[in-house]
Design a protein around this ligand. Structure first.
Ligand code: FDA
Length: 299
């Protein structure tokens, strides 16, 4: 960790909340559902789709998971009411994975059923490696019953190609990303070039097996490779989409949209934005340097 990142991480908990909000607001729609709705409306007007994430994770009480399920149901209803082009992204630990796996499964299932009523879709985010097997297991169970559910694959994991080989058989709908958690070397590649090569290898396997892929990266080299692959495989525009995080590399996002590619922005919102931002920065301090650079050099 660089001295700069260390400093940011150590001092952030003492920074007043309103100042942290100045840092975080680029990446978070705001504390309320209305904030998310208005961000999505803006995106939709520009031809950009969205996926909504309610901030939070690792809840400890079942009642909290029930509240999260209800909140997501409100999000689905609001998307329908406002006729928005958006689905939802959920984190298994936010829905009770660390309390009870079966409980988490039934919570996610109830959201998939609710989304189905609105002809909508649920993406199951991927968390750290302690959740990977259970998350994929939940996804595979749901995929046996529903088509409106997808999961995420991280190219930094050594196991990823084996997972991809199994998921292609299910014609899975996948988001492919590099992975954001700091993982041990036994579990994850540490060399950035290998992570990128694994991303390309996984993407090629998925696309050649006709899986629908959300290509989730802001790395222009990976975007370029993906575009070459899409061209080589002669894919139609409805066979894949690009995905980016709110507030990140907007210029690259706009290039893709104006070239006619489907693009979805991940829109996080919620009252837990403060705790969430601090935890994320502590866990992966390299994100801190992006934040600081954006505040002081780009705003
Ligand atoms: P890389 O980190 O190399 O970034 C490329 C360039 O993009 C950087 O040079 C910088 O300019 C810019 N950039 C990237 N991230 C930035 C940031 N936060 N702020 C400012 N600039 C930034 N991970 C995970 O483990 N599980 C998940 O479920 C998801 N879900 C997910 C959804 C979507 C839509 C996206 C785009 C990403 C995720 N991720 C994720 C995060 C992902 O794994 C990865 O950590 C980030 O996307 C950063 O990796 P890049 O591929 O963008 O490359």
């Amino acid at each position: 960790m660089s001295v700069f990142n260390k400093l940011v991480v150590i001092t952030l908990p003492f920074v007043p909340k309103f100042i942290v909000y100045l840092f975080a607001k680029r990446y978070i729609a705001g504390p309320s559902l209305n904030d998310a709705i208005s961000a999505i409306k803006d995106f939709n007007q520009k031809g950009i789709m969205a996926t909504v994430d309610i901030l939070g994770e690792e809840i400890e009480k079942k009642e909290d998971a029930f509240s999260v399920v209800e909140e997501y149901k409100n999000v689905l209803a609001a998307i329908d009411k406002h006729q928005l082009d958006s689905n939802i992204s959920v984190k298994p630990t936010h829905l009770g994975l660390k309390i009870d796996k079966e409980f988490c499964y039934s919570n996610i299932r109830s959201l998939v059923v609710e989304a189905q009523k609105y002809n909508n879709f649920v993406r199951i985010d991927m968390e750290d490696h302690t959740c990977t097997s259970e998350t994929l297991h939940i996804y595979k169970r749901l995929r046996g019953e529903f088509t409106n559910v997808g999961v995420v694959i991280q190219s930094y994991l050594r196991r990823t190609i084996d997972d991809v080989n199994q998921l292609t058989e299910l014609k899975a709908n996948l988001r492919l990303c590099k992975g954001i958690y700091v993982e041990p070397r036994q579990i994850a590649y540490k060399d950035k070039d290998i992570v990128n090569l694994n991303f390309q290898y996984a993407l090629e396997k998925l696309l050649t097996h006709k899986c629908y892929v959300g290509i989730a990266t802001h790395d222009e080299k990976l975007v370029w490779h993906a575009l070459m692959m899409i061209d080589r495989l002669k894919l139609q525009k409805d066979q894949y989409e690009f995905q980016m995080l709110l507030g990140v590399t907007e210029e690259l996002r706009d290039f893709l949209v104006s070239a006619g590619h489907r693009l979805r922005v991940y829109v996080p919102f919620g009252k837990h934005w403060h705790a969430y931002s601090l935890r994320r920065l502590k866990e992966n301090p390299s994100v801190a340097s992006y934040v600081i650079k954006h505040i002081f050099f780009k705003n």
